[in-house]
Write a protein of this length. Structure first.
Length: 733
């Protein structure tokens, strides 16, 4: 699941100011498994990155809402009074109003194996929050990367304290505890994950944020002061003041940067309920010498802030802009510039509040009065996920727990009347969100030498697939749990559904129809008669009912084959054929984007997924481009499918996993590990296409390895991903 990273500042006391950024546990490099026996040596220059600690994706079963642009909202006039339109008469905290590709014309086909791209950049693993250098530390950066598909989210209220405005959650790894503040309750609080108890220290002004100090204790912002807090002594020591000319101001959200500076912003207090003077706040940073820098002013409500993983971008929220903004960031100087909006909140999301970042570089934003946290991609400016909470006034979020795989969300109860509180008794509580475990089950224990090309057949409630080397087309019934098979006279690389019933298959170098009831195989036509050592491999029907399938050369000896002998073909419903690509090594995984404008294809020995522009009317492809190059531990790409969110799932043979790739960013976003290394292909199926079926192989494994891999060749069902697939296309003849 997605996890968080965290920062901790490095100094001893308020009098000591050496900066020090303390990293978390180092990543260990896992040895890669042996490559598929029939492949050539991997091309040089392929990416080699550290695998991440704990890659199972946390918020999976979340609603993915992409491509939706939020409304551009003009801020209200100064001292504007707004009521929430959803609940007439409801006052809003701080006076916050409720916010109301071109196709390539052509290009040469991909010929031969493309040059391997440079290694992919390393991704970060879990680490604790940064500490303020002069002794304070602000966690809140996240520390773990998702591993498996999105699973159902379990939400638990861990502290029902009824905070008036709970805010600024920070995971304290040393104490195995969550820090937070109750702003209007004037308390700094600490919930122990060990004892489940909450301790609190009262202070003399509204306290809006808290951060860790490496030497122990904390730094806080209260009133318009930066201050140090010694927990055991319950001692608060003022460091410095800001906004001395604005007696009605107070600090709001704050966080420590990767170099140990403490950033925090101010805002005007309410004049009366739901009335706020505009543009009175500023953003400051407290440096190690205890000096203060003002970065900008004219802020309404300074809120959520964090930094990109490469420390080159600063993210920030001024809540009344209903926007998440990005700035260029100079880590050495702490200066920011080039402000731009990366996401405008939509009406139902309401008001952006606190924010944190995960180790995939995605932002999580708490939506005040929206009752949710949303996950944003800063590169595309799109919302990726939504997690709804059982309370409306969600205020902030951070990652924590032993491996930073848990998200903690604070909330508020201020401004809620008795009736509202009776409907949401947990308002003001702290919530922990966790993913329910992804379940992997072997549903077909009958071993396949080279199981491939799984296809869900809805009309039979069955999974159809092939065993290439056993020359069989198989069908597993989810109703009876029985497997039936039809033997054929050549190696069969792929199967697809026919609109009129039965199947189309690619076997040897032939396209053929298969009648399941009679077991009759009827050849449509034969190709590549000049290449007797070739055979078809993976295939799939396109959205218009054409059948795409590619060829490859068979091995002439274990691990040896002629290179670039394959091609990619399209069989039309009238049985005519066109060649789309040639000089292919191992034609494999293929699918189409949800808008039918992009074709995805894998030539396995390129260790890459490529994308092509696609003309759905003619069936022609053009303009190949590299989409994703596999990393060393992922091994070699094989079969592939697409989910209902437009993300690709790629089976990694000898990598023992399926990986989820975002075609828009070209990044891996999830990994699901299987209990056997030779994973060959995948598809979605089941009643609502919420189950993933994964095929595997045992050919190429010696007896010693087979003894260690009892599940090799079986078919697996994965549930709990929280993402669904789409129905299979039919061949139209």
């Amino acid at each position: 699941m997605t996890r968080g990273r965290s920062w901790v500042s490095a100094a001893g006391s308020v009098e000591d100011h050496p900066w020090c950024w303390e990293l978390g546990p180092r990543l260990s490099r896992r040895p890669s498994q042996a490559m598929r026996s029939h492949t050539q040596t991997r091309p040089s220059g392929s990416g080699d990155t550290c695998p991440l600690r704990g890659e199972i994706s946390l918020f999976s079963s979340l609603q993915l809402l992409e491509g939706e642009a939020g409304p551009h909202l003009e801020p209200p006039a100064p001292c504007a009074v707004r009521k929430c339109p959803q609940r007439p008469g409801r006052a809003l905290r701080g006076g916050l109003p409720s916010p109301p590709g071109q196709d390539c014309p052509g290009g040469p086909p991909l010929a031969g194996t493309p040059a391997a791209p440079p290694p992919a950049p390393q991704r970060r693993g879990a680490r604790p929050p940064p500490h303020y250098k002069s002794g304070c530390g602000c966690p809140g950066s996240l520390a773990a990367l998702p591993k498996a598909g999105m699973s159902a989210v379990k939400i638990e209220c861990v502290a029902s304290e009824g905070y008036r405005i709970g805010e600024s959650p920070v995971w304290d790894e040393k104490e195995s505890a969550l820090l937070c503040v109750d702003i209007t309750g004037r308390k700094v609080c600490r919930w122990s994950s060990v004892t489940k108890q909450v301790q609190a220290i009262s202070v003399d002004a509204p306290v809006s944020s808290v951060a860790l100090r490496k030497s122990g204790g904390y730094v806080i912002t209260l009133g318009t002061r930066f201050a140090a807090l010694k927990w055991k002594e319950q001692l608060v020591t003022t460091i410095t003041h800001v906004d001395k000319d604005k007696p009605n101001n107070r600090f709001n959200d704050g966080k420590v940067d990767p170099a140990g500076r403490y950033f925090a912003g101010t805002m005007a207090e309410e004049i009366r309920p739901a009335v706020l003077e505009r543009h009175q706040g500023s953003l400051y940073s407290l440096l190690s010498d205890l000096s203060v820098v003002k970065h900008f002013d004219q802020v309404d409500i300074s809120n959520g802030l964090d930094w990109s993983l490469d420390h080159k971008t600063f993210f920030y929220i001024d809540s009344l802009s209903y926007s998440v903004d990005a700035f260029d960031y100079d880590l050495q100087t702490g200066k920011i510039g080039n402000r731009r909006s990366i996401y405008k909140l939509e009406k139902e999301e309401s008001i952006p509040d606190g924010m944190c970042i995960d180790t995939e570089g995605k932002l999580w934003v708490a939506c005040y009065d929206g009752g949710r946290v949303i996950r944003l991609d800063p590169e595309t400016g799109k919302r990726l996920q939504t997690v709804k909470l059982p309370v409306d006034k969600t205020t902030s979020c951070c990652f924590g727990g032993k491996d930073y795989s848990e998200m903690y969300v604070t909330s508020a109860s201020d401004g809620m009347d008795k009736e509202w509180l009776s409907r949401q008794p947990q308002a003001g509580g702290i919530f922990k969100t966790m993913s329910s475990s992804i379940k992997i089950e072997s549903v077909v224990k009958e071993k396949n030498r080279m199981g491939e090309c799984p296809v869900w057949e809805e009309r039979e409630s069955a999974l159809i697939y092939v065993d290439i080397n056993s020359q069989k087309v198989c069908r597993w019934s989810s109703l009876t749990n029985e497997v039936q098979s039809v033997s054929v006279d050549a190696r069969v690389g792929s199967v697809a559904l026919r609109q009129c019933g039965g199947y189309i298959i690619a076997l040897g170098t032939r396209f053929a129809f298969l009648d399941w009831d009679t077991k009759a195989v009827t050849t449509i036509l034969e190709l590549e008669q000049d290449k007797p050592n070739n055979r078809f491999n993976d295939g799939k029907a396109d959205p218009k009912g054409r059948f795409f399938a590619g060829t490859m050369a068979e091995e002439t000896a274990p691990g040896v084959r002629a290179r670039r002998q394959g091609a990619l073909y399209t069989l039309f419903p009238n049985h005519s054929v066109i060649k789309q690509l040639d000089q292919v090594d191992i034609s494999n995984g293929l699918d189409w984007s949800l808008d039918h404008r992009t074709f995805f294809h894998i030539d396995s020995l390129a260790y890459a997924v490529h994308a092509f522009s696609y003309d759905v009317h003619t069936g022609k492809i053009a303009c190949p481009r590299l989409l994703y190059h596999l990393e060393k531990e992922e091994q070699m790409p094989d079969g592939m499918c697409i989910d209902a969110e437009g993300k690709l799932w790629v089976a990694c043979i000898d990598g023992g996993r399926v990986i989820r790739i975002d075609p828009e960013t070209g990044k891996r976003i999830q990994t699901v590990r299987l209990p056997t290394p030779r994973i060959t292909s995948c598809c979605f199926g089941g009643k609502d296409y919420s189950e993933m079926y994964v095929t595997s192989a045992y050919d190429g494994l010696d007896e010693t390895t087979l003894a260690k891999e009892p599940h090799a060749g079986e078919i697996f069902k994965i549930t709990g991903l929280g993402v669904k697939g789409i129905p299979q296309n039919f061949y139209a003849a």
